[in-house]
Design a protein around this ligand. Structure first.
Ligand code: SAM
Length: 244
């Protein structure tokens, strides 16, 4: 069964306190890098998998997308999206991404930000995404980086005074379920190696165009904790294209 932590009130409230929840894309350290991976959206049909508050859906509409379908498992997140990021060109729909299906060649862009690490089996989803894309269409996604997901603690190693020493990497090649600690709560995520992320994209017949490991831009480095993001990768960004 798919876990739906974002509908848990405690978890949802804690998520709402994060900079990216309060400030939107301006509070997301990877946004500069992720935005640069997006194709021209003029007139595009866009699908956002795990859209959360809908920041990227709204952005796509503002960039000229003809229609944006934002999908998410969480009723609470979708209610927030309707409130914060409504737009006549954006439809928000409740669904687990593993259960979605569309006609072949329905979208110019399939997008997902920080949601695919909640999916147990990536290969069948990639097969379906490849089917949904028009020839020449793009898949752009971000996910938590394998270095970040390998240990369920998802935390630094500290000295006795509480100073960061380093970020430990362990169980890297042991792909699968992790009951991770996120926002002080337990949440199930799925760790996969770098190969585990990229192989299903290639096996689905998509061409890799860009892979990026973002660091925060200089103007965000004074936000508490942001400088530590220069010490280890937290996210993996991918742009792939369906061949013409
Ligand atoms: C970290 S939030 C990211 C939200 C948004 N994409 C963003 O970047 O602001 C992850 C989102 O993925 C959703 N999610 C988790 N598992 C999902 C699934 N199997 N299908 C659809 N959405 C899912 C959660 O409900 C949550 O809204």
């Amino acid at each position: 069964m798919k876990e739906n932590r974002y509908d848990d009130k405690t978890f949802f409230d804690k998520y709402g306190q994060m900079a990216r929840s309060r400030l939107g894309l301006a509070g997301a350290g990877e946004w500069t890098c992720l935005r640069a991976l997006l194709p021209d959206l003029t007139g595009a049909q866009v699908l956002d998998l795990g859209c959360g508050y809908g920041w990227h859906c709204k952005y796509a509409a503002e960039q000229g997308a003809a229609r944006v379908l934002g999908t998410d498992l969480s009723e609470r997140m979708l209610a927030e999206a309707q409130t914060r990021n409504p737009d006549p060109r954006v439809e928000y729909r409740r669904a687990a991404m593993e259960d979605l299906d569309f006609a072949p060649e329905s979208f110019d862009l399939v997008f997902s930000s920080l949601a695919l690490h909640y999916v147990a089996d990536l290969a069948p989803l990639m097969e379906r995404i490849a089917k949904w894309l028009r020839p020449g269409g793009h898949l752009v996604f971000s996910a938590e980086h394998p270095v970040y997901t390998c240990r369920p603690e998802q935390d630094w190693w500290y000295d006795e005074a509480g100073n960061i020493l380093h970020f430990p990497v362990d169980r890297y090649f042991e792909e699968g379920k992790r009951t991770a600690t996120f926002l002080g709560e337990q949440v199930v995520k799925y760790h996969r190696t770098l190969t585990g992320w990229l192989d299903p994209v290639l096996a689905a017949g998509l061409t890799l165009e860009r892979v990026a490991e973002p660091t925060p831009p200089p103007e965000m480095l004074d936000i508490p904790g942001m400088r530590d993001e220069l010490r280890r990768p937290m996210m993996l960004l991918v742009r792939a294209r369906k061949p013409l």
